[in-house]
Ligand binder design. Structure first.
Ligand SMILES: Cc1cc2nc3c(=O)[nH]c(=O)nc-3n(C[C@H](O)[C@H](O)[C@H](O)COP(=O)(O)OP(=O)(O)OC[C@H]3O[C@@H](n4cnc5c(N)ncnc54)[C@H](O)[C@@H]3O)c2cc1C
Length: 355
């Protein structure tokens, strides 16, 4: 069960389980898969990548040169090797999180807190309230026991990016107000995820996977589960092209593999999710609360599908109509007054994708 605190008076309970991924175990599992598949490793930093018509080569910082028919870049959001043909204007998710031992906390032990939008903790902190009303943050909390909890103050999306120190100050104020006294910080994490913005150049000679491939959900920042879900199909396209029977190389290869990751329908749905992000960027704290109040009133098929990037373009259109139907009058006013520009941009991008 998952909880969303819309404000001091309204709480939603969602029938949606959450889990915490062990980075170590996930990495071990992926490495074991590579080893059993005969992957050979070379540990070094990639310095330069050069492309010729049918072959690419990598120069590493240890001087090693490696050649391949296809290079797949999995080096994360700030890869210098991936090309863009449109100006990049990402939004950013920024968060400060701690896995901490605490004296006590007020959250239910059997529920994950997806979003706590309450802001009564700012009653005594007027210097934080003004910026929090315009650029809201929420608490994401996963209690493991009455004394062990993961807490993360999160700015869902901002542009320009909300400062990290501001996020930390808000978290301190919130914990003080909730009476949570941290006795030991076991893990601390700084989260910075670029989201949305135009998709990279498709196709290009370098293939991408993960954070560098544009696959991060533009409205939530989620990416890991989606990449794991898409990886087998992408690997199958690469294997089919490079397999001895087909011998597809060069531009036809790049076109096939990029179409495997970003078919037209998926590019169109990404435009829609990016529209969701642009809408969130325009909402203040009260607008955001009204938005999520309506969003989590939708048929769970729609909000589950939206959060996990599973909806088709037609279903996303249905979601929008239904969201408008569920929205309060003030929320409808937000949508009508704040969304036209992002909406026009989305329609323009959809037209470009489908021409
Ligand atoms: C605190 C935090 C919480 C998050 N929570 C979630 C969540 O709940 N759900 C979710 O889906 N996502 C979450 N994310 C986002 C998720 O972690 C990222 O989207 C994901 O890690 C990106 O994976 P990646 O493999 O593409 O890149 P990375 O994890 O950044 O890995 C890239 C790797 O490439 C290496 N590398 C970089 N440059 C080079 C080079 N030149 N040569 C060789 N190697 C290089 C790096 O050292 C690194 O090992 C979170 C992120 C953070 C920081």
């Amino acid at each position: 069960m998952t909880t969303v605190f819309i404000d001091e008076r309204k709480t939603k309970y969602l029938d949606r389980p959450y889990g915490r991924v062990s980075r170590k175990k996930l990495k071990s599992k992926l490495l074991e898969g590579c080893i059993s598949g005969g992957v050979r490793f070379h540990e070094a930093k990639v310095w330069e990548i050069q492309h010729e018509e049918f072959e690419s080569s990598i120069t590493c910082d240890d001087g090693t040169q490696l050649k391949a028919n296809l290079i797949v870049d999995a080096s994360g959001f700030s890869s210098p090797f991936i090309e863009y043909d449109k100006p990049r204007n990402h939004g950013y998710q920024i968060a400060h999180g701690i896995l901490a031992e605490v004296d006590s906390h007020p959250y239910d032990l059997d529920k994950m807190v997806l979003m706590d939008w309450r802001d009564s903790h700012l009653g005594n902190e007027p210097y934080l309230r003004e910026s929090s009303s315009r650029f809201p943050t929420f608490m994401y909390a996963m209690p493991f026991s009455s004394n062990l909890i993961f807490l993360e103050e999160t700015s869902l999306v901002s542009r320009p990016m909300l400062s990290y120190s501001e996020v930390k100050r808000r978290m301190v104020a919130r914990l003080r107000h909730l009476g949570i006294r941290v006795t030991r910080v076991l893990e601390e994490e700084k989260c910075l995820i670029p989201m949305g913005g135009p998709l990279l150049k498709i196709p290009q000679s370098l293939m991408a996977v993960g954070g560098t491939s544009g696959i991060v959900h533009p409205s939530t920042g989620y990416m890991v589960a989606r990449t794991l879900g898409l990886a087998p199909a992408l690997a199958a396209v690469i294997a089919e092209c490079l397999g001895s029977a087909r011998m597809i190389r060069g531009r036809p290869l790049h076109q096939r593999v990029w179409a495997g990751l970003w078919p037209v329908e998926r590019r169109c749905t990404r435009e829609f999710y990016a529209f969701g992000m642009e809408t969130l960027l325009k909402l203040d704290l009260n607008g955001t609360r009204r938005f999520f109040d309506a969003f989590f009133n939708l048929n769970p098929y729609y909000w589950h599908g939206f959060l996990s990037s599973r909806l088709s373009l037609g279903e996303l259109a249905m979601l929008s109509v239904s969201l408008f139907g569920h929205a309060s009058n003030l929320s409808r006013l937000d949508i009508l007054t704040k969304c036209p520009v992002p909406l026009v941009k989305m329609v323009g991008s959809l037209a470009l994708e489908t021409i």
